[in-house]
Design a binder for this molecule. Structure first.
Ligand code: GLU
Length: 281
């Protein structure tokens, strides 16, 4: 039987809370139950929000919780050339285009359009830069104008066989509709890659066979499957878990200091109690 490889892939933008503990324990338990592998990956490509102290804190908190992981921690910011190569491959097929728009310009164009379609992450990019000519793109890039790289979603979808789907534990095949995201950003102006690209790249590279993560990321799986097929990366299975809620029924967030593992530890909670609070007693 194929041994399962799972991972926990937090972004070091804050300290871990009980929701993260739930995700980490879910992946760890599944791997350890079947003699598989459990990997830790720091998704730190956003230089504005990620901090070294949080990265160090994540490892400390996971060890305190009683988790261990296999092999070295993969730190995404140390692998930017690999993401660049994936972007180059998509660009060579005409699937990416430079987008020079500012946030304000995008908001203005959305406000001015008669129908502003919404996707899972909010209003869709109205396509302002999609139609720029090659000479215009080259000129603006040559002048050093900051630009993101967007996926031309219509072209990308046209490149893959119809009927794209993924396997969700307990549900079977789930149909994907990546068009719902519009022309997503795969490389940001201020960061050389984006979450969607890096997460799919790394899950493939690291041989992850089962992606365990919160249900908030389930819609993004449509896009991840599209990238996997475009890049000829293997397809993992998925098990999205319900998000942990606080006493008032709101989902836990990094701003909820009381629920961070550090604060629980400081207030005398034991690792076993924290595991139970995270749903794994
Ligand atoms: N880095 C993402 C986050 O912290 C999770 C990525 C994933 O599990 O796919 O929200």
């Amino acid at each position: 039987m194929l041994r399962c490889v799972t991972r926990f892939a937090p972004s070091p933008t804050g300290y871990l809370h009980l929701g993260h503990a739930h995700s980490a324990l879910d992946g760890w338990r599944r791997a350890r139950a079947g003699g598989g592998r459990f990997l830790l990956r720091l998704e730190d490509i956003d230089p504005g929000r990620c901090r070294r102290e949080y990265a160090v804190g994540i490892e400390e908190d996971l060890r305190w919780l009683g988790l261990d992981w296999d092999g070295p921690v993969r730190v995404q910011s140390e692998h930017l050339a690999e993401y660049r190569a994936a972007l180059d491959s998509l660009a060579a097929r005409g699937l990416l285009y430079p987008c020079f728009c500012t946030r304000q310009e995008i908001a203005r164009d959305i406000a001015a359009s008669l129908s502003a379609p919404h996707g899972p992450d909010g209003p869709l990019y109205p396509g302002t830069c999609r139609g720029l000519s090659e000479p215009e793109r080259a000129r603006r890039i040559a002048t050093g104008e900051a630009h993101a790289l967007r996926l031309d979603i219509a072209r990308a979808v046209a490149c893959v066989p119809a009927g794209l789907s993924f396997h969700e534990e307990g549900e079977g095949r789930v149909a994907c509709q990546p068009q719902r995201f519009g022309d997503v950003v795969l490389a940001r102006k201020d960061a050389p890659a984006s979450y969607h690209l890096c997460v799919t790249h790394d899950d493939a590279l690291q041989g992850v066979t089962l992606v365990t993560r919160g249900a908030d990321l389930k819609p993004a799986t449509d896009l991840h499957r599209l990238l996997q097929v475009l890049m000829d990366w293997p397809e993992p299975a998925y098990a999205h878990h319900p998000l942990l809620l606080d006493a008032s029924g709101r989902r836990l967030a990094k701003r909820d200091r009381a629920a961070t593992l550090r604060d629980l530890r400081a207030s005398g909670v034991s690792p076993a109690e924290a595991r139970a609070m995270a749903g794994f007693g």
